[in-house]
Design a binder for this molecule. Sequence first.
Ligand code: C2E
Ligand code: CA
Ligand code: CA
Length: 570
Amino acid sequence: MSGFYEALINNQSRFEALVKNSSDIIAIIDKQGIIIYESPAFEMILGYNPKDVVGLSGFSFVHPDDLEKAKQKFSEVVNNPEEEVKFELKLKSITEEWLDFELIASNYLEDPNIKGIIINYRDITESKKIKADLYNLAYFDSLTQLPNRKSFGEILITSIEEAQTSSQMLAVAIFDLDGFKFVNESAGDEIGDELLKKIVTRVKATINEGDVLARLSSDEFAILFKDIHNNSEVDELAYKVKDVFKEVFIVEGFELNITASIGISIYPYSGEDKVTLMKNADLAVTLAKRNGKNNFQLYDERLQLNSDKAFFLRNELRKAIINNEFILYYQPRINATTNEIVAAEALIRWQHPHLGLIRPDEFIPIAEETGLIIPLGEWVFKTVCEHKKKWIQSGLTPIKISLNFSVLQLLQKDLIKNIKKAINETQQDPHLIEIEITESLFLEENIIILENLKTLRKMGIHIAIDDFGTGYSSFSSLQKYKVDTIKIDRSFLKEIPKKSEWKEIVKAIIMLAHGLKMNIVAEGVEIEQQLKFLQTLNCHEVQGYYYSKPIDIIQFEELLHHKTIEPKIN
Ligand code: C2E
Ligand code: CA
Ligand code: CA
């Protein structure tokens, strides 16, 4: 090297010719950092005439943030004549722009011809920007500027390592927007994009500074909560995120109501590595969705079991329909003042050859997911009709039987045809059949559902709203859809007589049902106090363990013979 520069400096014009068209700048500065020489590229790149800067301190062009580094590197060069020192700096151009440079400095102080430091430096502003862009592209979502799935994963890995050494907990919350696709389809992508940005702003405001919000896919986000100490803290955080969606979002005049289903996994309880924590949070999201959306779900091991079991049951369920493994139980509905059995609810059970009796809560959701609820629902309806026919033939007084219907069943075009067929074949009185549907159905506003409900009513079949109070229906929708019966959800009864505010709610529901001239049934009556309370409100029809659990057909036929039933004494 030294020979090369020596030769150059010795021959001024050869040196000038060589550096003239070079895109690298070559500078010579003295021991104090004062500029002795700058090559022509200095003007091309930074804009200053090289002659004007001779005598100025090279440090005066350095970005303040880099000044210390520049001085330190410079002293390294001064003190180590043998070494080339390489580093990067930002320098100011004549137009006051900061440009990035890569510098190589060599010490020629002892060289009698140079007596200075030679610096060879190259503008890397553009390549640095491209690198940064590529980095951003790989690690950030361009719409929201949030970290993407890849960088969230990397942050999670580092955070797990940190949590491990400090024995801390972490929580990974994944939230998926309910019905975002619908917004995109109906209002357009641009509105959808704006909505996402607004959601991000709101969520950001609720989380702590050290926590990380990321966008995993179009309508799926993740939050990494650090510094967690117990489960109730996680609950609190999840509520905060859920509450973000309480208030309507207004985007260019559109009022958008959107909710999120949130799934949470906790380090170290739900997993000790990135993959497990992400997978389990995802699983919890699926469950939150299945639980009717707009809620959050903490992962625990039972979920894993459930998901394996669900997989197993899905396959078993197909076989069960072919093999006719289902039976119906009946639970009486009683007039509480006379103890008379006025109706009964048909409740399905699955008699699995190896697993025994499986409760509907375990397989109805799977039947709905797989569409098997359609043949299953047909079987229930047909079987109820057959049982009723048999009872009449054996001389029993016919009573009303209610059966549960899933939304999917009401979406069938040939529902009415099948029902008519079953009714005609068994000569049923349609007035003694009641169909129980849930409030969520009203949200669908689906024309097929509305038509089917209307036709069923015209045929004389009664409609009951099941689990009333847990969903979204208002009393106006009860009137609009011409509902005959309201069944108060048993969660309300559970708190009676303990909580007086629940008493008020039950009272209000019963009074309004009376006002609308609807039949009202209280579900889940388990103790005498509950019954007494209902009696004071003139709620005559009750259903619950206090009178009878759901029972098989043999026991039920016996009850029908008696016509009345004595409550258990608690
Ligand atoms: P549901 O319609 O709310 O049915 C009432 C449930 O409450 C029954 O659970 C019954 O055993 C239970 N129950 C009744 N009285 C009491 C009480 O005093 N205390 C307590 N703790 N529980 C009481 P089951 O039979 O396990 O049914 C669960 C759910 O499965 C039903 O809830 C219904 O949504 C669904 N289901 C049952 N049969 C069918 C069916 O044939 N078709 C459809 N689509 N769903 C069904
Ligand atoms: Ca029911
Ligand atoms: Ca119910």
